[in-house]
Design a protein around this ligand. Structure first.
Ligand SMILES: *[C@@H]1O[C@H](CO)[C@@H](O)[C@H](O)[C@H]1NC(C)=O
Ligand SMILES: *[C@@H]1O[C@H](CO)[C@@H](O)[C@H](O)[C@H]1NC(C)=O
Ligand SMILES: *[C@@H]1O[C@H](CO)[C@@H](O)[C@H](O)[C@H]1NC(C)=O
Ligand SMILES: [Cu+2]
Length: 162
């Protein structure tokens, strides 16, 4: 009957969501929120309110006629040392940087004085993902395959009764 196959479809939808949820945990963080990547803003304060996790993305949104983004190391961050120009991220005004590994990473603006005078410097500490993605997806696919015979039976019942 219609309601039976409807229930089967909802069940399938639920399990698809369960499957997806193991990869949908990553968060995109707009650096500086509505201000974006600009001068006279405390990126230390901004970062201190967020628990970054491996898999999250940093999104740098900026006026590309005024600013740029470099990935640096801790020493260069502290000294506002700008790397070689060829290391600048594509000056598109919108750079998405995945936090691929746990630990600290550092970002500065390379325009003269913007790092040291305007505070355009960001340090982020990414925590390891609580459960490794492969563990989570293994658990949900186990759930999925365990429920599959049930789902097939419901679908068969629905088809037969039409
Ligand atoms: C930032 O602050 C400095 C000093 O207060 C000021 O001269 C400058 O115009 C400001 N820059 C921006 C982009 O707001
Ligand atoms: C940071 O990078 C500079 C330039 O590449 C290098 O000389 C320095 O040793 C690095 N420092 C750390 C702590 O990795
Ligand atoms: C960073 O600054 C410190 C102290 O001001 C200085 O001793 C050091 O040489 C600087 N390092 C770099 C890589 O510029
Ligand atoms: Cu800048």
């Amino acid at each position: 009957m219609a309601s039976l196959s409807g229930a089967a479809v909802s069940l399938l939808a639920i399990f698809m969501v369960l499957q997806l949820s193991s990869v949908a945990m990553a968060t995109d963080y707009m650096v500086g929120d509505d201000r974006g990547w600009t001068g006279n803003y405390s990126y230390a304060d901004w970062a201190s309110k967020i628990n970054f996790v491996v898999g999250d993305n940093l999104v740098f949104k900026y006026d590309n006629t005024k600013h740029d983004v470099y990935i640096v190391n801790g020493t260069m961050f502290q000294n506002c040392t700008v790397p070689d120009k060829n290391q600048v991220l594509p000056r598109s005004g919108y750079n998405v940087i995945p936090l691929n590994s746990p630990g600290k990473s550092w970002y500065i603006c390379g325009v003269p004085n913007h790092c040291e005078k305007l505070g355009m410097k960001l340090a982020v500490n990414a925590l390891p993902n609580a459960a490794p993605p492969e563990q989570k997806s293994a658990a949900s696919s186990l759930l999925y395959s365990a429920s599959l015979p049930f789902f097939v039976a419901m679908l068969a019942a629905a088809t037969i009764s039409v």
